[in-house]
Design a protein around this ligand. Structure first.
Ligand code: 5GP
Length: 176
């Protein structure tokens, strides 16, 4: 990836923003029973960095959903591939996602988690592509707004690759 010049967000900028988000979440969730629900696999790098900046006792759980195949555009179909392990009744759930694009995945997840009687459900997304929205969805914490480009890195993949890049890059279709 280094050979082209399409980096969108560099590592230093990400680290600074993630620390700010962690500080805000720490302030907002003081005294609450925080359960971080990380959406696999894309949310995992973001969550790992974010929780180090949340200075509260918290629990973590993981869900895997699928709305994309090998194609780079949303099919709009959300499937649960892995459900939560822990009971979430009464807990203050914070969904940690890689990116909100059409909003279909997050919209579905919020409804699904609300049906399991938590104390509250909020969403924290590393990236937001607001111009692509198909359904209205409230995102309480957003790392960065980005334009309508397919991006990889910092957890985001193309065909399971590039998740380990420390920055965010616009994918060159000739690079796969
Ligand atoms: P939505 O349901 O909001 O359209 O899509 C959410 C999911 O689509 C994200 O969790 C992510 O997996 C995938 N996605 C959307 N845009 C991108 C992108 O630019 N790059 C990558 N790698 N995945 C994306």
């Amino acid at each position: 990836m280094e050979r082209d010049r399409k980096i969108l967000i560099d590592e230093e900028t990400i680290m600074k923003r993630v620390a700010e988000m962690g500080a805000k979440i720490t302030a907002d969730y003081e005294g609450k029973d925080l359960l971080i629900v990380c959406i696999l696999k894309g949310g995992v790098i973001f969550m790992s960095d974010l929780v180090k900046h949340i200075h509260l006792p918290l629990a973590m759980d993981f869900m895997a959903v699928s709305s994309y195949g090998a194609s780079t555009r949303s099919s709009g179909v959300v499937r649960i591939l892995k459900d939560l392990d822990e009971d979430m009744e009464g807990k203050d759930v914070l969904i940690v996602e890689d990116i909100v694009d059409t909003g279909l995945t997050l919209h579905y997840l919020i409804d699904y988690l609300k049906s399991r009687k938590p104390g509250s459900v909020k969403a924290c997304c590393f990236l937001d592509k607001p111009t692509r929205r198909k359904v209205e969805v409230e995102v309480d914490y957003i790392g960065f707004e980005i334009p309508d480009k397919f991006v990889v890195g910092y957890g985001l993949d193309y065909n399971q690759k590039y998740r380990n890049l420390p920055g965010v890059w616009v994918l060159d279709e000739n690079d796969n």
